[in-house]
Design a protein around this ligand. Structure first.
Ligand SMILES: C[S@@+](CC[C@H](N)C(=O)[O-])C[C@H]1O[C@@H](n2cnc3c(N)ncnc32)[C@H](O)[C@@H]1O
Length: 262
């Protein structure tokens, strides 16, 4: 099977996201999703569930959840977490390999989550619409979609290219600190961001390692995301700017849409 985008960096994923999502309170998204999952009183579907970073805590609250992802390597990590969870948690979890823009699980859910900007892996309007249409089909009549996108800023886009230092994380498997850097280029016409991300570390023998991972993300502004949601059969109930439910503002960094199937 063809390598999926996240296969190459799956082993780093939980370590690198920890600092961002767990240690910065406004970006700690897990309690936000757990709260909605608890309130929905039914089954949850997480698209692009990755390693189960969000899915496992939801299951740990006794909520049945299905996770779908395109990456076999990301799912392998989620599968390991499921296997090492107590039975009462493991039995809540179903994992499926699939593409979030064309899937058919032959049932509907109370709540669908697309966390941590995963939707932005869909680069074209056609793919974004295909995904939202699929989501709509898989939601109960008044079911809810939670969609998290980063909030683009004109001043940053205008720079066209940016060099970023993304900090370090401790990679337990090899006992090394890995430094992350990125070179970003914006394609303003296509509304996409190309990132070359560099993972660099020196092993215990003193040998320097560098891995480069390149990917593209689409960026969507608030009103276009709302219009897209509306065109695909949703009404937007809230747009938050962080996971403490502060309202979106231009500088919030995040735009989190709470949309209901109409
Ligand atoms: C940033 S990670 C987010 C993982 C997880 N939701 C989280 O919050 O930690 C993005 C995920 O999207 C998945 N992905 C990207 N494109 C996809 C697609 N077309 N269908 C399904 N999964 C996809 C990747 O494999 C990866 O696991």
């Amino acid at each position: 099977m063809k390598e999926a985008l996240f296969d190459r960096v799956a082993r780093f994923y939980d370590y690198e996201t920890q600092a961002f999502t767990r240690d910065i309170p406004l970006y700690n998204d897990v309690p936000f999703y757990v709260e909605y999952a608890g309130e929905c009183k039914g089954e949850v579907l997480e698209l692009a569930c990755g390693t189960g970073r969000v899915l496992i805590p939801i299951a740990a609250h006794g909520i049945p959840i299905t996770g779908l992802d395109a990456s076999a390597e990301m799912l392998l990590i989620a599968e390991k977490k499921k296997k090492t969870s107590p039975d009462e948690i493991a039995r809540q979890i179903t994992l499926v390999q699939g593409d979030m823009k064309k899937f058919d699980l032959k049932r509907t859910y109370r709540l669908i989550i697309v966390a941590f900007r995963s939707f932005q892996c869909l680069l074209t309007k056609a793919d974004q619409r295909a995904c939202l249409t699929c989501i709509n089909k898989h939601l109960d009549q008044d079911g809810v979609l939670l969609l998290d996108l980063f909030a683009p800023r004109h001043d940053l886009l205008a720079q066209r290219t940016r060099s970023l230092y993304l900090g370090k994380f401790y990679y337990e498997e090899e006992g090394v600190h890995v430094t992350r850097r990125a070179e970003d280029t914006y394609d303003l016409a296509a509304q996409t961001l190309h990132e070359d991300r560099f993972y660099e570390w020196t092993d215990k023998q003193g040998t320097f390692h560098r891995e480069v991972w390149s990917f593209d993300l689409a960026y969507l502004f608030r009103n276009e995301a709302e219009l897209l949601l509306e065109a695909c059969g949703f009404s937007v109930e809230d747009v938050f700017g962080d996971f403490k439910k502060n309202p979106y503002d231009y500088f919030s960094g995040e735009q989190i849409f709470v949309a209901r199937k109409t």
